[in-house]
Design a protein. Structure first.
Lengths: 487, 487
């Protein structure tokens, strides 16, 4: 332990706000991707951009890696301290600084919880549109890092569409403002570039967020199917008809049963092979007619049941089942690997059975929850974390699923980011040329590479051709060399 | 003239496709910003990405500047060959390569005209949403360079929201693919970064564009006012009420009269001080009720007349007046300087009279057309290009208007780009730190700086503190040094 560093950090943030006791740091050894773990060397809790600037200078001066962490709900290991080093836990920066209704925006610190933004502006008829399933816990800083989406991404876009400006701390401790209240993006769109950079460019200290008006009317309904193929075809048909629902989600049988067995039981039909949740929002009148068209498409694809939420409570119940599905899956197996991939929407009916077949081929159960309208899949693999051989099979299945999606013209992540988890899949999508450009863009913001290292970019070949399994060497604070395994 | 270069270029693109005769190149000495002119050294018309790659290598090998040009409708001098050099005129790359209705996208070459994309997919119920007023002429490549908006930007966003993937040629002749059909933006959002980079990163050779479904119903109406302030207040009130019309445009008295005197006469009331055009689109039912709310807000702000288009012809006529307003202004004075600025929407009523006062203070007439819902202003200054002293006053007025908008929390351009025109206003918005980061991001794509030089970034101080007037030195192809003046 480096006593001098701890003393300097305490001078910057205050005595209470530096954690160095391994027991205190236990919670920081992973984020929502629990498959990979590594304790940080120290955790520091800054309160201002100025403090962050000083911490960054201190860390860089000693060649120590650092990263910012919010609620730790990320699913790709974006907040994993791969090399140890400093975690800047942003919890103290959790204030809503300004609500500007005239310009329909709100200025917040990065550790404000996503849903709290909406709660603060709800009385004025507005909300913050990006709605990751984690929105009761996940923070704006994390949403910005991962460019988070959610069920309503289909209609409203991801976080990048709702961020107007950022204050950030970059390498060397530079504090820089990007964008601002007027929504024009003048010069190069650095705000758009920063959003989704997965914490590898720098640390957000303030964000100006766009507010959206609450829709006049919301209509939510459920359609049940006796095959995944029929449900998938309905999704293709709805999109093909030029209809853009606010949300268009699919759950498969295993997910339905996990939800119905849990405290979040939503009344999904237990015997269904697939359930679609469709939500319309907007103007009240006219919605009825659109709903009828969708119902007709559901019937045409042999929906076994169609049920419309008749009250706000019924609507919330339908959504609770979806949003708590990952939690509910905890009943099925101790380990849950929430996967994230994208396919062209039109290939949904064809690829769904293939994904299930890949998992089955490895003897792994998979529970599927999809942002079906976007072609954004979440095949969730269930495993026992105590069984290394089973973990191997899970990782093998994931790699094959990724290849399947990429071969179909899709992608390795829709909304959870590349992070540590999928960096070695990047060459499936990007040429060395593309990755080189990305690397050089990163170097503009993060020339030392010390801000959240070992994320997004593939490990160099010598560390493991296929990416699974491989070792990473890192230096600890006391100068020793250690190795970490991917599993 | 460099005979060897011409010969090499002809070998690449074919004998017919290299222009070197000054008379043939006359049209290439400016784009829509006619205030600044400079003939290129040569114009070359490539047909493939491979040819462009070879041209770029050739130009860079000889340290010759190059830039791509589409229809030349840009209004900030983005296609101005400031240093002479090569213009790559993209006219031969004008094919629609694929219409993929399943995935709601279309793949095009860069010189496809904006409106032709919509025409091609209209029979299938789709269109391409970005609608710059120039859309009958401007090309997708130019729209991408400038991140073009239009009246419907208010609801549908700018070009960046509708581009899924790009093929580009970068420095060194590298051909790189960015993004693709699935709308996820994996890793850093290089597509989003490239769109709006004003041709300073490289040359687009192919684009995958997102298609939007044609709205079921469109309702367009006009409201006339006896003061600009009342019209502006109506805009603020509509937005403040949480209503997002598809478009919300304003024209002032001088513009109205110019339009009504022209062949595009739209039936705007001649005695009005301001006219608002409001368009709603979406589902048919329910629209009536929303229209009533808007009409009530217009009345509340003392609208003197409210008129609803009863047919598609009436609707098109109302829009023709707006879209041809710049052309119509040609009647008023020989020179028209189409300006572009942004203010926070809430300051519209307060700033409008100030802008007019600035122009009046310099004895310059100004005709205003606004994307009022976005706070995106187009004050158009009328001048006589034969009178250098008048041009001075125009430029002075523009600088003061820019300062006014920036001081109000706005910006120096909403949709026309910085280009050559406004690069010296950039320090009004960006710190040296910000500009340094942008410069380094540019260097990643365009390390030689030869791709569209002298755009976006301010002239170094020694060339003119205020930016007006100043000289630029450049080298001609035959090695001589020449100077160009800003006016």
């Amino acid at each position: 332990m480096d006593r001098q560093l701890i003393r300097q950090l305490k001078q910057i943030v205050g005595e209470r706000y530096v954690l160095s006791d391994p027991a205190e740091m236990y919670v920081y050894e992973c984020d929502g991707l629990t498959l990979h773990r590594k304790p940080p060397s120290l955790v520091v809790l800054p309160e201002t951009a100025q403090q962050i600037s000083e911490i960054v200078q201190l860390a860089e001066g000693r060649s120590i890696a650092y990263l910012a962490r919010g609620a730790g709900t990320g699913l790709s290991g974006g907040a994993l301290a791969v090399q140890g080093g400093l975690i800047l836990q942003m919890s103290r920066m959790n204030r809503i600084l300004e609500i500007d209704l005239d310009n329909r925006c709100v200025t917040v610190e990065p550790c404000v919880v996503n849903l709290d933004v909406s709660k603060a502006v709800l009385p004025h008829g507005f909300y913050f549109a990006p709605d990751p399933s984690s929105q009761m816990a996940s923070t704006i800083g994390g949403n910005i890092a991962e460019n988070s989406g959610g069920p309503h991404t289909l209609k409203y876009g991801t976080t990048v569409n709702h961020v107007l400006g950022l204050d950030v701390v970059l390498s060397g401790g530079r504090i820089v403002q990007l964008g601002g209240k007027s929504s024009d993006r003048l010069g190069y769109d650095l705000v758009g570039l920063f959003v989704g950079s997965e914490g590898t460019f720098g640390i957000v200290t303030k964000a100006i967020l766009r507010l959206s008006p609450i829709p006049q009317k919301v209509k939510t309904f459920l359609a049940a199917y006796s095959s995944v193929r029929e449900a998938s075809q309905t999704v293709s048909d709805i999109i093909g008809a030029g209809i853009v629902p606010a949300a268009l989600e699919m759950l498969d049988r295993l997910t339905i049963q996990a939800v119905e067995d849990s405290v979040y039981a939503a009344g999904y039909p237990r015997d269904a092979e697939a359930v679609l949740l469709v939500e319309l929002d907007g103007l009240e009148a006219g919605m009825e007619r659109l709903a009828e068209r969708i119902v007709a498409l559901c019937r045409q694809n042999a929906a076994t049941e169609i049920r419309i939420a008749r009250s706000n409570e019924e609507r919330e119940k339908l959504w609770a089942g979806r949003k708590k599905a990952f939690g509910a899956m905890g009943r099925l197996m101790p380990g849950l690997y929430v996967q994230d991939a994208v396919i062209p929407r039109s290939s949904l009916p064809e690829l769904m059975p293939k994904i299930n077949a890949i998992a089955a081929g490895h003897g792994i159960a998979v529970a599927n929850v999809f942002h079906a309208g976007d072609g954004n899949l979440h095949p969730n693999l269930l495993y026992d974390g105590q069984d290394p051989e089973q973990i191997q099979r899970v990782l093998q299945a994931v790699e094959e699923i990724m290849k399947l999606c990429v071969d179909a013209g899709g992608s390795i992540t829709g909304e959870h980011g590349v992070g540590f988890e999928k960096k070695d899949f990047m060459p499936m999508i990007f040429s060395p040329e593309d990755l080189d450009i990305m690397g050089r863009v990163k170097s503009v913001f993060n020339p030392t590479g010390l801000c959240n290292p070992q994320k997004i970019f593939p490990t160099s070949k010598s560390c493991g051709e296929s990416g699974i399994p491989y070792k990473i060497q890192y230096k600890t604070l006391d100068g020793k060399t250690e190795e970490i395994f991917r599993i």
